[in-house]
Design a protein around this ligand. Sequence first.
Ligand code: HEC
Length: 302
Amino acid sequence: MRFRNLLLFIFIICWASLMRTSAQQWVVPDDQKGKVAPFMFSPDLQKQGEGIYTKNCVSCHGMPGKDNWVKQLSPPPGDLAMVKAQKQSDGELFYRITTGKAPMPEFRNILSEDERWWVISFLRTFNPKYVQPNPAGKGVFTGKVVKLQMTYDSVQKKVKVFATELTKERTMVASEGIGIMLFVKRYFGNMQLGDPKTTGKQGLVLFDFPTDLPGDKEGKVELICRVNDASGSISSSPVTSTYAIGVPTNKPGLTETRAWWSTRDKAPVWIILAYTISVIVVWSIIISIVISVIGIRKLNRT
Ligand code: HEC
């Protein structure tokens, strides 16, 4: 009987912790709620945001307003054009996109702060009542405007990024001393290739490309370069290009086979088995205890 009590105790603890994680709250700290975008949303930025949304968010949330989000996910991601998401402040949305919550990935290192704001500017186009709060710094941008160009040099086997900046005379000149980061697009986010590099006098940086990086069936990989700027004093857009420079790989789609990150009906057999068996065990112990308690009471009466 002692041993059984111990087992029961262990199961109750496991059960309770399971219940807790599934109901975990996603609280936005008070000081984050009032955060606002550092620039005015414009049709241009909304377009950028749409591009980022279709690459990073559609797979779970579907297209806003279409109610075509992935119904098998738990908790439900929902349609971000709906009131539940739209009644939140920009700061709340920004915090949720930044921090994520399983199964939603955190976008802190996947999207730059600007990119996260662009996505929000896109989401707000589905809310006719939305009025953007005054941007922090009143939208007067005094930093550099930098434009990037990326090419692949197949002779040197290097990725070249060329940075130009807009002068006061409104001409573009080579931009020196700009930190550049290079990423390769992977399933859930971007993998950084090498360390950030700083452009030289000609506005150029060269990145080595690893020779063993898997690409798609034709060896294509999508590269993304962007400015490494923590201070927010540089305005620039990331540049994306696809090159057939990876190792051709035939990989099945992420949700085509059974995997623990897949949807519920594609869960691996061992998870389904382990889950079902533990539920059965817990319930049979609870039932056997109830039966013994009834038995003890009956014994007492006689
Ligand atoms: C792997 C699936 C997945 C991806 C990819 C994903 N999300 Fe989510 N998202 C979720 C889930 C699931 C929730 C619900 C979490 C909860 O409520 O506990 C959620 C919740 C949210 C919320 C809060 C919604 C609300 O009603 O409170 C926002 C905002 C959001 N996601 C934005 C985004 C954006 C923007 C992207 C792309 C940059 C994105 N998500 C990518 C799965 C995902």
